[in-house]
Design a binder for this molecule. Structure first.
Ligand SMILES: Cc1cc2nc3c(=O)[nH]c(=O)nc-3n(C[C@H](O)[C@H](O)[C@H](O)COP(=O)(O)OP(=O)(O)OC[C@H]3O[C@@H](n4cnc5c(N)ncnc54)[C@H](O)[C@@H]3O)c2cc1C
Length: 503
């Protein structure tokens, strides 16, 4: 009996399984489809996702982030709402100051190969059909076979059966726009991104993507401002190559010489968000928990961060080293990740409005937004921080109010530590205590779940620290200024590693 069953071998399910396995948890994945998906879907991997993938390594010691990077194209700028003014990632404080253009199919393959080498079983052609749970276990049916496990992760996409059968509501806003997306071979491939708006006809964007393809996406004016019924009906209409050619001609007045279409699809701006991410022994992650307009390349990345937040907490719960607040309280998976998806909702609705408002007002809004991105550094930095995933933080306001160090809950940068780099030293089955003191004052706090290492002081927000306790997912659990009593850090380590301590 595996400790955890994952429903869905999409990117989120695969990463959750890989991180659980790395934390020493036995896990099996059940996937409905017969084999890997051939549709690229997401093509952008943001810096924070690459940081998370650095923690995972193959049995040969290679980092999954390095493997993925070898297949992709790094670009120093990311787009927001397809606006011509892009976001600069080149000065972000990360080993990955770029957006990696890599098809989702490749990300899935890299993760699936990793699981295969690790001996983690991914059962294709095995849809989860029913589930039930009690206080001791969860029972998952795949047809007539019933499997028992400690926990079930529903990473089974936007139409999640796990979510429905677990009785978790999925409220949100109905679709009103039906954009098109296609990966095509052009007679003359476009080496750089181009975006075309016409107030009377619509939007067309053309982006270069790996493997010699271009992604063509946009929306006709007539496919926006729809009623939910109209949008659902339109979404069901197949997009064929002749239809795409005609659509592009109607929008731009020109022909785009498409030789071949690799993938043709319609999507919507339907925005939904699970009202809970957990009920008992059943948890949701990725599109099963939140779905939105695919804009700015965020669905995949936010889903993968869900997996990173969840995996170590579940491992800690199973292995008996989770403090109670990780399971049900302030630091729980739901409490930390729901606000991120709420922000994702706001962000993608705003991008949808910027992209699909074909009026004089829409034109003015786009112009004003571009101007803000050029002139207003805080706006630019704020959006780049959010989109890259690097500025996502957990409960920082509440913790600052409670008198904790301002770094508490923020993502730790890639500190220089004795072993080399923080990201390459983090593991999903233990905390890392970065000791900034010259005399290694905190070495005695090392234990089975706490790796203590010396860290090089940094300028800026990280200056003047004595110690920082970093969670397995790279966020600051506790930080202490130089001069703080060492007992304060010792108490924090005890709190974070002792399941019997109250939150
Ligand atoms: C056109 C398009 C473009 C996109 N572009 C981007 C982008 O540029 N960047 C970005 O970040 N995101 C993008 N996204 C979103 C991104 O693709 C999704 O957010 C991502 O696939 C979510 O991953 P997931 O693992 O949660 O779900 P999915 O990828 O949907 O995987 C769910 C898996 O569960 C399986 N499954 C379903 N039901 C069952 C069941 N009952 N039992 C077992 N298995 C089951 C499915 O077969 C599937 O393999 C795009 C999406 C679309 C549609």
């Amino acid at each position: 009996m595996p400790q955890v069953i994952v429903a869905g071998a999409g990117p989120v399910g695969l990463l959750a399984a890989a991180l659980l396995d790395a934390a020493g948890v036995s896990v099996e994945v059940f996937e409905r489809s017969a084999g890997p998906s051939r549709n690229a879907k997401a093509i952008t991997v943001h810096p924070r996702t690459l940081e998370v993938l650095t923690v995972l390594r193959t049995t040969g010691g290679q980092r999954i982030a390095d493997i993925l990077r070898s297949y992709g194209t790094p670009l120093p700028r990311a787009h927001f709402a397809a606006l011509p003014q892009t976001l600069d990632y080149s000065c972000l404080d990360t080993p990955y100051p770029f957006v990696l253009m890599v098809p989702q199919t490749r990300t899935e393959k890299v993760l699936a190969d990793h699981l295969d080498h690790r001996g983690v079983r991914v059962h294709h052609n095995t849809p989860v059909t029913a589930l039930e749970q009690d206080t001791a276990a969860v029972r998952v049916s795949t047809g007539r076979t019933v499997h028992e496990a400690g926990y079930l992760i529903g990473a089974d996409g936007a139409h999640s059966l796990v979510r429905r059968q677990a009785g978790i509501a999925f409220p949100g806003s109905a679709p009103s726009a039906v954009p098109f997306v296609a990966d095509v071979v052009l007679a003359e491939p476009r080496p750089t991104a181009s975006h075309y708006w016409n107030r009377r006809t619509g939007l067309l964007s053309v982006l270069p993507i790996p493997d010699g393809l271009n992604r063509v996406f946009g929306a006709e004016v007539t496919d926006t401002q729809l009623t939910p019924q109209q949008a659902r009906h339109r979404h069901k209409q197949p997009l064929t190559l002749p239809v795409l050619r005609d659509t592009i001609h109607r929008i731009t007045g020109h022909t785009l010489d498409i030789r071949h279409a690799h993938w043709l699809s319609r999507t919507t701006d339907e925005n939904r968000h699970a009202d809970r991410y957990r009920t008992g022994r059943i948890l949701l992650a990725g599109d099963a928990a939140h779905t939105q307009l695919p804009a700015g390349g965020q669905g995949l990345n936010v889903g993968l961060q869900d997996a990173a937040n969840l995996a170590w907490k579940l491992a800690a719960e199973l292995q008996g080293w989770a403090r109670p607040s990780l399971v049900n309280g302030d630091h729980s998976y739901t409490r930390e990740r729901r606000p991120v998806a709420e922000q994702l909702t706001t962000d993608t609705l705003a991008q949808g409005a910027l992209m699909h408002t074909f009026t004089h007002g829409g034109e003015a809004l786009r112009a004003m937004f571009c101007d803000l991105l050029i002139q207003d550094t805080p706006t630019h930095e704020r959006l780049a921080g959010w989109l890259s995933g690097l500025a996502v933080a957990y409960g920082t306001a509440e913790r600052a109010e409670a008198g904790h160090h301002p770094l508490t809950g923020t993502r730790a940068p890639d500190l220089a530590v004795r072993e080399g780099s923080l990201l390459r030293t983090l593991r999903p089955d233990r905390y890392l205590l970065a000791d900034f003191t010259p005399a290694a004052d905190f070495s005695t706090l090392a234990g089975p779940r706490v790796h203590v290492t010396s860290a090089r002081p940094r300028p800026g927000a990280w200056s003047g620290l004595a110690a920082a306790l970093i969670r397995p997912d790279g966020y600051v659990a506790h930080a202490a200024h130089a001069g703080t009593e060492p007992d304060v850090t010792a108490a924090a380590v005890t709190t974070w590693t002792s399941p019997h301590h109250a939150a």
